[in-house]
Design a protein around this ligand. Structure first.
Ligand code: PMP
Length: 306
């Protein structure tokens, strides 16, 4: 763990090791909490948070879905993240983890009335699926774990509880010698990775499923925007497992995963078994956006000056 100096908790900056909770913290027992994952990059004009407003909006929407009343508004939470990054004086790229959780003071499943807490941690973090993966691509296993069904879980919320499903899929993939899991929905169509959205390329067309069974991903929407700008045709439609096997290219997108090529799925080599041409173009363009080199996307960056 790359420790930083401070964690923001309920409006105060707390030294890293003092940001603690009681063992009877409600969320720890019953799993009702929501979180975000946001990145900040070292640009030529200093550290800048990518799509801070969109991530903070999704955080508040997640809380709304699971009936948690947040004692801070969008503007206060955005300011807290900016100040946290400033105070920690980071030298490298940063991952930001806001968490809204139910604390100590009430037990039982009726969660209304449990105290609501907000914490934001941030630390320096490199490539989630490995630096090598970004260049060479990763090996992926289609999971035996079906993605959280929409009939009984809230996929539009980045809810703590949703991630048991993700963890089991990730565990299975790693134990089987792969690097990431690709999960199918109840009908057998591609849903998403354990913490990423999924794209394939076929005959020059970029294809990614609608967000019926996946988080409304900010990276996915950025990549679609970049592709459209470059006149790469984009289709939002369902993908089957066998279509993945015969794709020309495949990749994952996510704040943590960025744009990570997939070179193999279930023992089938994807395309030439390396980062595909369109994947490479989109990955480079994505990094130009988040690092502020593409001036057309400056509105997505919040600079931490001073
Ligand atoms: N799906 C899941 C399950 C995730 O956890 C994430 C990461 N937040 C994503 C997709 C990608 O979302 P984003 O691009 O907004 O990070």
């Amino acid at each position: 763990m790359n420790e930083a100096k401070y964690i923001w908790m309920d409006g105060n900056f707390v030294p890293w090791h003092e940001a603690k909770v009681h063992i009877l913290t409600h969320t720890l027992h019953y799993g009702n909490g929501v979180f975000e994952g946001t990145r900040a990059y070292q640009t030529e004009d200093g550290l800048a948070i990518f799509r801070l407003q969109d991530h903070t909006k999704r955080l508040l929407n997640s809380a709304k879905i699971v009936k948690i009343d947040v004692p801070f508004n969008q503007e206060e939470l955005e300011r807290a993240q900016v100040e946290l990054l400033r105070k920690n004086e980071f030298k490298g790229n940063v991952y930001i983890r806001p968490l809204i959780f139910l604390g100590y003071g009430k037990m039982g499943l009726y969660h209304i009335g449990a105290p609501v807490h907000v914490a934001i941690a941030a630390w320096e973090w490199g490539a989630y699926l490995g630096e090598e993966g970004l260049e060479k691509g990763i090996r992926v296993k289609i999971s035996s774990i079906v993605r959280n069904p929409v009939k009984s879980t809230f996929g539009k919320a980045k809810a703590v509880a949703n991630y048991l499903n993700s963890q089991m899929a990730k565990y299975e993939a790693i134990e089987c010698g792969y690097e990431e899991a690709l999960m199918l929905d109840e009908e057998g169509f591609v849903a998403e990775g354990s913490g990423e959205c999924f794209f394939i390329v076929r005959d020059g067309v970029l294809i990614t499923p609608p967000n019926d069974n996946s988080l409304e991903s900010i990276t996915q929407s950025t990549v679609i925007e970049i592709a459209k700008e470059r006149d790469i045709p984009v289709e939002r439609r369902r993908i089957t497992r066998d279509e993945v096997y015969i794709a020309d290219e495949a990749f994952f997108t996510g704040t943590a995963a960025e744009v990570t090529p997939v070179r193999e799925v279930d023992g089938r080599i994807i395309g030439d078994g390396k980062r595909g041409e369109i994947t490479k173009e989109l990955q480079e363009a994505y990094f130009d956006v988040v690092y502020g080199r593409d001036k057309g996307y400056k509105h997505y960056l919040t600079y931490i000056e001073g």
